[in-house]
Design a protein around this ligand. Sequence first.
Ligand SMILES: Cc1cc2nc3c(=O)[nH]c(=O)nc-3n(C[C@H](O)[C@H](O)[C@H](O)COP(=O)(O)OP(=O)(O)OC[C@H]3O[C@@H](n4cnc5c(N)ncnc54)[C@H](O)[C@@H]3O)c2cc1C
Length: 395
Amino acid sequence: MKTIKTQVGIVGAGPSGLLLAQMLHLAGIESVILESRSRAYIENRQRAGVLEHGVVQTLRDCGVGHRLAREGMVHEGIDIRFGEKRHRLDVKALSGGQCVTVYPQHEIVKDLVEARLRTGHPILFGAKATSLLALDQPRPRVRYEHEGEACELECDFVAGCDGFHGISRAAVPAGQLEIYGRDYPFAWLGILAEAPPASHEVIYAHHERGFALQSMRSPSVSRLYLQCAIDEDVDQWSDDRIWSELHARFATDDGFLLNEGRIVQKSLTPMRSFVTAPMRHGRLMLAGDAAHIVPPTGAKGLNSAVGDVRIMAAGLDAYYRRGQSDLLDRYSDIALHRVWKTQRFAASLCTLLHRFHDEPRFQLQMQLAELRQIVEDARAAELFARNYTGLPFDV
Ligand SMILES: Cc1cc2nc3c(=O)[nH]c(=O)nc-3n(C[C@H](O)[C@H](O)[C@H](O)COP(=O)(O)OP(=O)(O)OC[C@H]3O[C@@H](n4cnc5c(N)ncnc54)[C@H](O)[C@@H]3O)c2cc1C
């Protein structure tokens, strides 16, 4: 069997795996990335778009921030709507100077792939990891298929960066992981529209008909979401029906109007909170969606993945440069400390903004009271802004 040897074997070339590889490269640590999909596929997969302040800084520090600095849209505030009124939160002022930047995840992936190719170190596309072996031994192995051949990657550590549906988490023996989770009783119908965003900042709209969100991918492309039933049939949503529902949910008493445009993509996103603990088993460390998922309301998934990768890269650096393993040994504890804070924010925002049909009248008044507190009470607004723009990284 063809075998490659390296220091760190990385399963998955999403933002977690690619950023880890770049950080390791800068620290002089060798890695090999295995990605089951093609380069074109991962570079065009539409997902996250809102980057925390510290994540933008991290990407810059890793030498992949040039296009982000040029093309990213810096947002100093957000628009929260309820009761047909709009309220602007100046998150920059409230958080002590932190902004978020809108820059699509697939553009980050493109920047990181390009950086990886420039290093000349291996990234294998179409390489599907099929099993992880000897995770409790000094040299674990990743078995994978590439170009019709069964191959093996032998390494010191395996970084499981293969997302929620990957094989890494499943490779941990039964009973070794605690799973915490919650599935929400609704989903998001998302569209990508060739329409300039009607507001240059993200809009969070709480409405009796259900939540709606306006984000953007560029000055001419809007990303819009509608809360819908979990089993919604997207084909039942004509373009006219989508626009009419969006207009209803974003309406304000001062006559706000959304811009319409050609809808180029429709998708359904389920809402889930999920954490697995610990995030390390033997020589396998999990990062990003492989270890935890947040409902997308708080825009925290990718940001949370970057938090994990920073800790893992710092631990590997201490291990290889100074022979110290204590940071790696504490990887899971340190990562989970931040992960749970992020989970709390994402879950509470999800619960605050969506309609729950099992307790509509009481729940609605609780939500409105909390929303009023956020826009009226400076301390509540500050806490919101600090969480939204990103808590400090632990490492
Ligand atoms: C609609 C939507 C909107 C979102 N909006 C935001 C937002 O605004 N802000 C935010 O921070 N987050 C957001 N997220 C979440 C964010 O997209 C994820 O958290 C992020 O992609 C996690 O990155 P990752 O690298 O951990 O996992 P992934 O991006 O899932 O990457 C995992 C990679 O592993 C590969 N892989 C899987 N199995 C194997 C295998 N067996 N062998 C080899 N490779 C494998 C996959 O092909 C994939 O490329 C959103 C998500 C969705 C769905």
